[in-house]
Ligand binder design. Structure first.
Ligand code: ADP
Ligand code: MG
Length: 355
């Protein structure tokens, strides 16, 4: 039987970046390994200063590593002569938070810019620009200037320009961070459709798990130059291991706020010995199970739901409940065993400590 190899388009091996400034040395990227496969929408999430931008600048060698190996689309970039490197860079497009459009040129001219000096005729370039503007939904704004566009439209121009050289990889570095939530969602939808239509591989850098949640298939969490956790989107949301990952997820699920209001309730502050305040997290099929009814029927454990939320991740329901479970000690123990064996994550919340 023929086994198909996974098509790895980006491979970073032990890449390291140290910036040395006068007295101070910054270890921006700390021996990171990263593999991105063709067709992935790979999210890299972390707070400001984590090293995300430096890491992705290694992918087109805008940043050279202090040490390590960078393989992109089967080319060992550090071994390439400058002319060949320039050629390879065209296979990786990039979009940014501040769009970087040329104010004195029209939208069409901005998109055409990367095609200059490629030896193509004006006619061919014009046709390409029209096709790109159509792709991003701006066919009617070709002759406008950047100042006449909204933020979301400017980012669409940025995307069209990044796609001008038909890249196989698109890097998005905080591309939606300057946009309101609704515009952000429409840009993320556009990226997702480009991924599907063109088979474009996307690396999405962000400090917001919300963007990752909307379109990414994989996610890596970065902190202090290192990738501290990685996996498929569903794996990470279902079973985050690191506290930082949990914090990012809780923020996007608005669990922090939910917990604060739950803990303000008097019943929660005066739990009896046979009551437990817990958070239940479940993914997929579990959601369809009549969980609350089962706990009562099988274990005589009563669940009082204080907060409930179900969201859809990659067509899979992801549920978060905060409940008070009441029952006999032995029944509670059996109920927790049941939850555990059904892949429902149980997190005990101490009402005193949580505040
Ligand atoms: N050109 C540079 N010179 C010196 N320090 C830098 C440079 N670029 C980034 N840094 C530092 O490297 C660290 C990581 O920065 P960056 O990659 O921009 O993080 P992020 O994109 O996650 O916010 C920060 O401490 C930043 O100050
Ligand atoms: Mg950055």
């Amino acid at each position: 039987m023929l086994v198909m190899a996974t098509d790895t388009v980006i491979k970073l091996e032990q890449v390291d970046v140290e910036f040395v400034e006068k007295e101070r040395a910054v270890h921006a990227v700390d021996h990171v390994d990263l593999e991105v496969n063709r067709g992935d929408i790979y999210g890299i999430v972390g707070y400001s200063g984590a090293g995300k931008s430096t890491l992705v600048r290694l992918i087109n060698l805008l940043q050279r590593p202090t040490s390590g190996k960078v393989t992109v689309l089967d080319q060992d970039l550090l071994q390439l002569v400058p002319a060949k490197l320039r050629q390879e860079r065209r296979r990786v497009g990039m979009i940014f938070q501040h769009f970087n459009l040329m104010a004195s040129r029209t939208i069409a001219e901005n998109v055409a810019f990367p095609l200059k000096g490629t030896g193509r005729s004006k006619k061919v370039i014009n046709a390409k620009v029209a096709e790109l503007l159509d792709l991003v939904g701006l066919a009617d704004r070709a002759n406008a200037y950047p100042a006449q566009l909204s933020g979301g439209q400017k980012q669409r121009v940025g995307i069209a320009r990044a796609l001008a050289s038909d890249p196989e990889i698109l890097i998005s570095d905080e591309a939606t961070s300057a946009l309101d939530p609704k515009t952000t969602a429409s840009i993320l939808d556009l990226l997702k459709s480009l991924n599907e239509k063109l088979g474009l591989t996307i690396v999405l850098i962000t400090h917001e798990m919300e963007a990752v949640k909307q379109i990414c298939t994989k996610v890596a969490v970065m902190d202090a130059g290192q990738i501290i956790e990685r996996g498929s989107l569903l794996e990470i949301f279902a079973k985050p291991q690191q506290q930082l990952t949990k914090d990012f997820i809780d923020t996007t699920m608005q669990l922090d706020e939910a917990l604060t209001s739950v803990l303000a309730q008097p019943t929660v502050r005066n739990l009896t010995a046979n009551q437990r305040l817990v958070r239940l997290t479940y993914l997929g099929d579990t959601t369809d199970q009549p969980l609350i009814a089962t706990l009562y029927q099988q274990f005589e454990v009563v669940a009082n739901i204080l907060f409930g939320d179900i969201q859809i991740l990659q067509d899979t329901p992801f549920g978060n409940l905060i409940v008070v479970l009441s029952g006999e000690e032995s029944n509670l123990t059996r109920a927790f065993d049941y939850l555990d064996s059904h892949n429902i994550q149980v997190q005990h919340i101490d009402p005193k400590e949580a505040r």
